[in-house]
Design a protein around this ligand. Structure first.
Ligand SMILES: OC[C@H]1O[C@H](O[C@H]2O[C@H](CO)[C@@H](O)[C@H](O)[C@H]2O)[C@H](O)[C@@H](O)[C@@H]1O
Length: 596
């Protein structure tokens, strides 16, 4: 059985990422790209669905502690055993147009008996490869081949075949060290030469640290903010600039239930919000890369805009169920692809326009193409803004007139108008002003429950939604407006569970799904920012600290938190949680400055 979600850590090369358990097992790895089929898929099944284990052979009396080396994505797991200490270092070298995962085991005290298991199953844990031993550069390697994929295991001591697994047991004494690597290559290509490991690992560590060194320090929990930014960077595809929502699929929002989704794609919403956080924390280059990605992805007729794409801007991500996987703790179906791709989510353009405005403010000049694209998307929205949609939560029930979606429509027109007024760009500003006023009037009339003094989830309900906390954050109303304060109070009353916020009440049936879900971390981080804008600074700091304490031992967050069972839920690590952590920290820093 897979470990608890918080017992995993991520290493990645900005093309893909692996999840490594505190037991030394790599239980999830899709090669060569985030959304490629997994070759290690034990996370969603069992060890026979593929994994790579390097760890003490005995588990009794063993403790494991983990850390990233400085501000890098090089992971170190230290196993203290009754006979000695073993340090496992995991890294995926950056920027070398290869896909290698490098693992070093080093005994630092006493003697440790080590277990090595290399179990490759292509196509999400389903296909047993053909495995051979071959010579490369005078060294014996193990090669696993099936269809388009070939994986090669290198190391000073190779495991032997045992009923479809490759296993080995050996002892290391203090001072002994062994380095193993798994390299992916297309099956028709030659096997690549060995990597100069020490150089590549050191260069990768130094590159992560150089990047993290530019992060703002004047924020609370600066260590977690840096780790969040590094994680967002790991989720950004280096070659294309696309940003995935998480590297996993189907880690459940409800254990044992059906709320299991594939997040290995680029949502315009999540990517735009990620960019806002990166820009606010001082990173501009990423904005340039993402804007180029956006221009390529949405190129064509604005009517064909999708709410998500693949990392290279592809439009096809049909949803399928993988029957052969048992699911994380039995949570089925396991899905790949995402049917939300075909939904109308009217909020998306507002988020994109904010991110592009922030990029402009950070000094990124518009190109002829980039502004023309924004203009045409805003014009397209002008013809459809008043239609019901699936909202930012991608509900699978009936489309509604979601208040948050309409607020973000207001944002889209507002930022387009500001581009003309403040940056001298051209556009039909009078028409946009009329539309902005029309949307605002509609939201205030139909999205507000005057009796209770709160905004509502959609126009035909008295239910609430945590997305309404964005009303002050995007500037629709000031943070201390009575209607905003009333909405915060109502959300606290209806959506707070065990001190953290749920997105909405699933019991209303709005999302068309069975089962319940846990507090959604991004919503609680929005509450921190909303408290800060409302002047409730003590509440803001208290909630921010409690949220930061939910991060695991290496500073990572999933999508939701099951407070009752003190465990993470949902895909992991999730961009939405990390980007809102950064936003909340920046809100607190801003509030402290305003007060000074
Ligand atoms: O909860 C139902 C929906 O869950 C997923 O969407 C969520 O994740 C997205 C990526 O982070 C995020 O953009 C969205 O706001 C979240 O609701 C899933 O992708 C949907 O298919 C599903 O309906």
């Amino acid at each position: 059985m897979a470990l608890r979600i918080e017992d995993y850590a991520i290493v990645g090369d900005r093309g893909t990422a692996a999840l490594i358990g505190r037991d030394g097992s790599i239980d999830w790895l899709c090669l060569p790209r985030f959304d490629s089929p997994a070759c290690f898929a034990a996370l969603l099944g069992d060890p026979d669905n593929g994994r790579w284990l390097l760890a003490p052979a005995e588990t009794d009396g063993v403790t494991a502690t983990r850390t990233y080396v400085g501000d890098s994505a090089v992971l170190e797991t230290t196993f203290t055993t009754p006979t000695g200490v073993l340090v496992l270092r995991d890294v995926m070298p950056l920027s070398d147009e290869r896909a290698d995962l490098v693992r070093t085991v080093r005994c630092t005290e006493g003697t440790v008996a080590v277990r090595h298991e290399w179990v490759v199953r292509f196509d999400y844990g389903r296909v047993r490869p053909w495995v051979t031993r071959q010579q490369v550069a005078g060294q014996e390697v193990i090669v696993a081949t099936a269809g388009p994929d070939k994986l090669m295991l290198r190391g000073p001591r190779l495991p032997h075949a045992d009923d479809g697994h490759h296993v080995d047991d050996f002892d290391l004494a203090a001072g002994d060290e062994m380095t193993f690597s798994t390299t992916w290559v297309r099956s028709w290509r030659d096997l690549p030469e060995p990597l100069p490991f020490d150089d590549r690992i050191e260069a990768t560590r130094a590159e992560h640290e150089r990047w993290a060194g530019h992060c703002r320090e004047d924020v609370p929990r600066a260590d977690l903010v840096r780790r969040s930014l590094l994680t967002l960077r790991l989720l950004t595809h280096e070659e294309t600039g696309g940003i995935v929502a998480a590297p996993t699929t189907s880690l459940p929002e409800c254990f044992g239930g059906e709320r299991n989704w594939d997040y290995r794609y680029c949502w315009l919403r999540d990517a735009a919000l990620t960019l806002e956080s990166l820009l606010a924390a001082g990173y501009t280059e990423e904005a340039r890369d993402w804007r180029r990605w956006l221009l390529r992805a949405v190129a064509g007729d604005p009517e064909d805009l999708q709410i998500m794409y693949t990392v290279d801007g592809g439009r096809q991500l049909p949803e399928r169920e993988l029957e052969h996987l048992a699911g994380y703790e039995g949570s089925r179906p396991v899905r790949i692809g995402n049917a939300a791709v075909g939904q109308r989510q009217t909020d998306v353009l507002g988020e994109v326009m904010i991110a592009l405005e922030d990029a402009r403010a950070a000094g990124l000049e518009e190109t002829t193409q980039s502004w023309a694209l924004q203009r045409s998307l805003v014009e397209e929205l002008a013809g459809h803004w008043d239609e019901p949609d699936n909202g930012l939560w991608e509900i699978r029930g009936d489309p509604q007139h979601f208040t948050h979606s309409r607020v973000m429509v207001w944002v889209a027109f507002d930022r387009a108008i500001r581009a003309v007024e403040e940056h001298g760009l051209d556009g039909p500003v009078e028409r946009w002003r009329d539309l902005r006023e029309q949307v605002r009037a509609e939201v205030l009339e139909k999205g507000y429950d005057a009796e209770r003094g709160t905004f509502t989830q959609h126009y035909d309900t008295r239910e609430l939604d945590a997305s309404l906390l964005n009303i002050p954050l995007v500037g629709f109303l000031p943070g201390d407006d009575e209607r905003v304060l009333g909405t915060i109070r109502a959300i606290e009353e209806d959506l707070m569970r065990d001190g953290f916020l749920r997105r909405y009440r699933t019991q209303s049936g709005v999302d068309g799904l069975d089962g319940d879900e846990h507090p959604f971390l991004a919503c609680s981080f929005w509450l921190v920012s909303a408290y800060a804008r409302a002047g409730r600074l003590d509440d803001a700091h208290d909630l921010f600290e409690r949220l930061c304490d939910l991060a695991n031992d290496v500073g990572l967050l999933s999508e939701e938190y099951d407070v009752g069972n003190d465990r993470m839920a949902g895909n992991f690590p999730q961009a939405f949680s990390h980007l809102t952590l950064v936003q909340a920290a920046l809100s607190l820093a801003r509030a402290a400055l305003d007060r000074a």
